[in-house]
Design a protein around this ligand. Structure first.
Ligand SMILES: [Zn+2]
Length: 151
């Protein structure tokens, strides 16, 4: 829940200056006087500088939205910190042994890992978020118990 609230808040913070910029466009190019009783012709698609300005504003909106989504994708689902330490796993030449190549990001506080496929053949795939266990030390000790050594 906190993850999505942060995303919505980020979108709202980005939307306020973009909405202000849109209002600024209306100040620079005021609406045309009405031709008939209530009909006001639109400048969009008839006035080239205004149309270009709206196009640039639209591209700014798309860029801001994509940056917000990209940033949100690489955040921890629990503490919202940026995921760190990308590790490449797998191998194309030894795919049966190690699996397909992917990049794993971890939360520095052990809340989980994000596994993202390196090559996305069938479109954009959603990265897999795997929450970490409650006890961080249990995972570390489990790897040493498999080898027979005690920490
Ligand atoms: Zn975290």
């Amino acid at each position: 829940m906190k993850y999505w609230v942060y995303f919505v808040a980020k979108i709202a913070v980005v939307a306020v200056p973009l909405f202000g910029l849109r209002l600024l466009l209306d100040v620079i190019w005021p609406p045309l006087p009405s031709v008939y009783a209530n009909f006001k012709p639109s400048r969009f698609a008839y006035d080239l500088p205004y149309t270009l300005a709206v196009l640039i504003w639209f591209l700014l909106c798309c860029g801001a939205l994509s940056i917000a989504v990209w940033d949100q994708r690489y955040r921890c689902r629990v503490c919202l910190r940026r995921l760190r330490m990308p590790v490449e796993t797998g191998s194309w030449s030894r795919m049966l042994q190690f699996g397909r190549p992917r990049i794993e990001y971890i939360c520095p506080y052990g809340h989980g890992t994000l596994k993202e496929e390196e090559l996305q053949i069938s479109g954009r795939e959603t990265p897999e978020w795997k929450p970490g266990s409650e006890d961080f030390w249990e995972e570390l000790c489990a790897s040493s118990k498999e080898t027979g050594r005690e920490p």
